[in-house]
Ligand binder design. Structure first.
Ligand code: GTP
Ligand code: NA
Ligand code: MG
Length: 284
């Protein structure tokens, strides 16, 4: 599309950090805080990606969050995560300090030229030392604003729901200060598959992040060497949605096989074309 077709889109934020430093708990807390009313249906299952409504200085805003595992075996996921993201939130447990996967996550984000916000988590714990985290991270060129640098550090407790709003604000301020987040919604969708699995009842289910264009029920899609047609799309509440705009993660049902995590996806004109592309890729 033309430059004039570009419209503002929400930041896509990948949450990374060392194992057990609280990434998933943080995402659960954000989700509960921001979408409590919508949860009347009682959906409690963990999902790896969702979008929340928030506000900054009186303006309604959205943020998309993506979870990643901190276990050392998941280096490739963190590398991919850093690439498909606008901002990295690096979670560091204030009692544990900077650890190997903290550093690895920082390296991935910096290699991908992605701005970093540091969430200093577990400040409720005995032995928490948030200032020490700031000192440790200067070694990795992350200098806190209060020390004359340009990285926002936010002290939080995911468990006790402390200063979550401050973290969301830091994410939006960082986005506004350093990024021009726009995409053309009026084209066939493109994006990336974040995770995918085979569901017993539904068949292949893929969580995809739309990066450009609008994804719609009925679209013919190809992701890696998997193809299909979007039969249903589900949002973070498990509710059916008919379309997904740029920066929106949705669960897609309708692939005939399971795409790989990290595969790019695109919408094509017809099922036959999607199948041909997938077949060709599979043959390689
Ligand atoms: P991996 O996905 O395995 O890398 O871990 P994670 O970073 O997602 O950590 P997770 O959210 O699973 O939290 C690990 C443990 O820390 C859980 O028992 C959480 O309840 C606990 N935890 C997370 N945040 C806090 C916090 O702010 N304070 C305290 N005290 N505990 C926390
Ligand atoms: Na964990
Ligand atoms: Mg986790």
């Amino acid at each position: 599309g033309d430059d004039e077709d570009l419209e503002a889109r929400p930041p896509v934020v990948t949450v990374m950090g060392h194992v057990d430093h609280g990434k998933t708990r943080l995402l659960d807390t954000i989700r509960k805080t921001k979408v409590a009313e919508a949860e009347a249906g009682g959906i409690t299952q963990h999902i790896g990606a969702y979008q929340v409504d928030t506000e900054l200085e009186g303006t309604d805003r959205k943020i998309t969050f993506i979870d990643t595992p901190g276990h050392e075996a998941f280096t490739a996921m963190r590398a991919r995560g850093a690439k498909s993201t606008d901002i990295a939130v690096i979670v560091v447990a204030a009692d544990d300090g900077v650890m190997p996967q903290t550093i690895e996550a920082i390296n991935h984000a910096q290699a991908a030229d992605v701005p970093i916000v540091v969430a200093v988590n577990k400040i409720d714990k005995e032995g928490a030392n948030p200032q020490k985290i700031r000192q440790q991270l200067t070694e990795y060129n992350l200098v806190a604003e209060e020390y004359g640098g340009d990285t926002m550090f936010v002290d939080i407790s995911a468990r006790q729901n402390i200063n979550i709003e401050g973290l969301l604000e830091a994410v939006l301020l960082t986005a506004d200060a350093s990024l021009d987040l726009r995409a053309n919604p009026d084209m066939e969708a493109q994006g990336v598959a974040i995770e995918a699995h085979l569901d017993r009842g539904r068949g292949p289910v893929a969580t995809v992040l739309v990066q450009r264009g609008t994804l719609r029920v009925g679209d013919s899609v190809v992701a890696g060497d998997a193809s299909g047609r979007v039969r249903r799309m589900l949002d973070e509440f498990g509710e059916d949605v008919k379309e997904a705009l740029p920066s929106r993660p949705v669960q897609v049902i309708g692939f005939t096989s399971v795409p790989g995590a990290g595969d790019t996806f695109l919408v094509v004109d017809e099922d036959r074309v999607a199948r041909q592309i997938a077949d060709r890729r599979r043959a390689r």
